[in-house]
Design a protein around this ligand. Structure first.
Ligand SMILES: Nc1ncnc2c1ncn2[C@@H]1O[C@H](COP(=O)(O)OP(=O)(O)OP(=O)(O)O)[C@@H](O)[C@H]1O
Length: 322
């Protein structure tokens, strides 16, 4: 479906007054990727990993400095204009559609994608009903809440069958009902029409539940690519222990002071990735001894994709668990 080889994209340095400029950024640093037909393929990585830069090249909006992109047999580096016929793209920012009503945005997208008026309107009605947006059809997109706006833009993206949907953090700001509607709509298109989906996310839970395969990105590179289960198997012998202290951690307890060295500390929360046997010992120490009185809460969990990212050497704290 889509093949990417050796993709490089550097944003040039910007010179500003009194040293206020910015240095050049190598946002994609030699990326290889194979997305198969009919799969939901994810790009997971923290802020600034290069995910949006990659998908903007895949959608013909940005020209790579080097490398090759093949989409359904089309050379997108040479013919970026062809992407618009192959890809339904939902970018991070809402677009020119903002001025239109929800209904007109969906209909106009259909028309721009070559549908006649009647077909575009039928598709508009179908998609708005599917996503529970009928009640908002007459409202201008710019007057909606953040989550509603995202859902309206997603609706427009779905109009006019495209074999590949590229969705850049589609569910940002959405409530759980809207999120479920998005994933149900994606699943339906895959089941009924074999649509392929490329999904950008830094939400670990979402990635684990909806993706068939995931490429983990960091610093402009793909640092791993596999099924969520395959990636998690890399850290299967580890567990994650979260300790939340009531106030100050009891550093006078030697076992706790020693643990402090291994923990990622975020306010009152300590997060530890430990081999299973050692986690059992630590839990016994924390819950059995004098430290227990200082403990507000603790959780023991199997590894998530965030743990995989950290184990692979990921340095940013940009992945979210909710
Ligand atoms: N137009 C631009 N000009 C200069 N630098 C840019 C531009 N767009 C992105 N960058 C830089 O390129 C790097 C990759 O950015 P990109 O938007 O691709 O990351 P991302 O993984 O999509 O991040 P996020 O999760 O925040 O959306 C970052 O360091 C960013 O600051």
């Amino acid at each position: 479906m889509a093949t990417v080889r050796g993709l490089v994209k550097t944003y040039p340095a910007v010179r500003g007054r009194r040293g206020a400029g910015s240095p050049e950024v190598r946002a994609n640093d030699g990326i290889d990727l194979d997305v198969r037909g009919g799969e939901i393929f994810g790009l997971l990585g923290p802020n600034g990993a290069g995910k949006s830069t990659l998908v903007r090249q895949l959608t013909g909006l940005l020209r790579p400095d080097a490398g090759a992109i093949d989409l359904l047999g089309h050379d997108l580096v040479r013919h970026p204009d062809r992407a618009s016929r192959l890809v339904g793209y939902l970018g991070q920012e809402s677009s020119a559609l903002d001025e239109l009503t929800v209904g007109l945005a969906a209909e106009t997208t259909g028309r721009l994608r070559g549908m006649d008026v009647a077909t575009a309107r039928a598709e508009r009605d179908h998609v708005l009903a599917e996503l529970g947006l009928e009640g908002l059809a007459g409202r201008p997109i710019k007057r909606l809440s953040g989550g509603q706006r995202r859902l309206a833009c997603f609706a427009a993206t779905l109009v006019g069958d495209r074999p590949l949907l590229v969705l850049d953090e589609p569910t940002t700001g959405m409530d759980p009902v809207a999120r479920r509607a998005v994933w149900a709509a994606v699943d339906r298109r895959r089941a009924e029409r074999g649509v392929t989906v490329l999904l950008v996310t830094h939400n670990v839970i979402e990635a684990e539940t909806v993706l068939d395969r995931v490429a983990v990105m960091d610093g402009g590179r793909v640092i791993a690519c596999d099924t969520p289960a395959g990636l998690k198997a890399m850290v299967a012998d580890e567990v994650r222990l979260d300790l939340v202290w009531r106030d100050q951690p009891p550093l006078a307890v030697p076992a706790i002071a020693a643990l402090r060295e291994e923990a990622a500390v975020s306010g009152r929360r300590w997060t530890l990735r430990l081999p299973q046997a050692r986690a059992r010992t630590v839990v016994a120490e924390v819950t059995g001894g004098p430290a227990f009185a200082a403990l507000d809460d603790f959780t023991l969990a199997t590894p998530s994709l965030e743990d995989v990212y950290l184990a692979l050497g990921g340095r940013q704290k940009g992945l979210v668990k909710a």
